[in-house]
Design a protein around this ligand. Structure first.
Ligand SMILES: [Cu+2]
Length: 143
């Protein structure tokens, strides 16, 4: 059986869920959805005496696929393919400005060839979408 309570004690029960809902909406709007996109894929290039070929795809989700790349010492060729729509992307190995694939627009493919830096872990980025989290890791294995 329902008991009648004064309005003043019932009102907060109605207001709290509405305020919580508004706060949740505000949270969604202040955090860019693209920053929560996952980083997918990793690859290890087979040891070779020639050029190690790495093909990286990118699209409108501001990610590199694969985003984790492992190579051996020697020559590396990075090929960046824009397989989606939207903004162009580039590929740049931080601190190695010559190791750079220029901007590719939707449907385009471009490459760069360079000698892998000393064994270690390096970060690469899309220079115009670092804030959206378009980054990855290049690991150079010991010889
Ligand atoms: Cu980009």
């Amino acid at each position: 059986m329902l008991t009648s309570r004064p309005l003043a004690t019932r009102r907060p029960l109605l207001v709290v869920p509405v305020v919580a809902g508004l706060l949740a909406l505000a949270g969604c709007q202040t955090e860019s959805a693209i920053n929560r996109e996952p980083h997918a894929g990793s690859t290890t290039v087979a040891a070779t005496t020639g050029v190690q070929d790495v093909v990286i795809s990118t699209d409108q989700h501001y990610r590199f696929s694969p985003s984790s790349i492992t190579v051996h010492p020697g020559k590396v060729r990075i090929t960046l393919k824009h397989v989606g729509t939207g903004a162009p992307h580039d590929w740049s190995l931080l601190n190695f400005p010559a190791d750079y694939v220029p901007l590719v627009s939707a449907g385009q493919t471009k490459s760069v060839q360079f000698t892998a830096p000393a064994p270690g872990t390096y970060k690469f980025v899309c220079t115009i979408h670092v804030k959206q989290g378009q980054t990855g890791t290049l690991v150079v294995l010991p010889n």
